[in-house]
Ligand binder design. Structure first.
Ligand code: IMP
Length: 189
């Protein structure tokens, strides 16, 4: 089981395979930060992280950025312990700050159906920011239900449920350093 050496032993039986190792996530975030730096040169960014999945993307991206950036967070209703979208989006925690006239970059872990971010971008646009763009570490294009422009994408993943690096299944596995797939036994298979 040496290929799962980076997974803590307590989680190893639950993990099927490592889809994107920590080093690749890190390298890609550095590249994305360089793109963002270039696009927002001379400006000041407001990074809006979507809780809880985006916490590590936010932490790592923000530390690679050299343009000045502030951070705020929103929490929206998610899937709970199910693995497919309900399409219902509810704001559980709103921004602490006003965004009128500001350049907003939404920082997300994964875009699946796109329903969550479609709702969120429309909601934020109604507050008259100077701009709103989306950065997502992962995207599952085959699952998209709405046309959602995601300006910065880390990796395209196939239609499989992934966890780690902030992504959870029933609130577990967020702390894993890699993006992994879970063994069928975890889902009761
Ligand atoms: P969407 O509204 O369908 O795009 O869903 C986006 C949200 O669903 C993400 O922010 C995640 O919380 C969750 N999600 C979608 N796919 C996965 C996955 O493969 N693993 C963990 N969470 C996921």
């Amino acid at each position: 089981m040496s290929e799962l050496a980076s997974i803590p032993p307590t989680f190893r039986d639950d993990v099927e395979s490592i889809l994107i190792p920590e080093a690749e996530l890190d390298a890609r975030l550095a590249e994305l930060a360089a793109e963002v730096d270039r696009d927002y040169a001379g400006k000041e960014l407001l990074l809006v992280g979507v809780l809880k999945g985006a916490i590590f993307v936010m932490a790592d991206l923000a530390r690679y950025l050299t343009v000045p950036s502030a951070m705020d967070f929103m929490a929206v209703s998610s899937y709970g312990s199910s693995t497919s979208s309900s399409g219902v989006v509810r704001i559980l925690k709103d921004l602490d700050t006003e965004i009128e006239g500001r350049d907003v970059l939404i920082v997300e872990d994964i875009v699946d159906s796109g329903l969550t971010l479609d709702y969120l971008t429309k909601n934020l646009r109604s507050r008259q920011p100077a701009s709103v763009e989306i950065l997502s570490l992962l995207t599952k294009p085959s699952r998209r239900e709405v046309d959602l422009p995601v300006k910065y994408i880390g990796f395209e993943v196939p239609d499989v449920f992934v966890v780690g690096y902030g992504l959870d299944y029933a609130e577990r596995y967020r702390s894993l350093r890699d993006i992994v797939t879970l063994a069928p036994s975890v889902y009761g298979g």
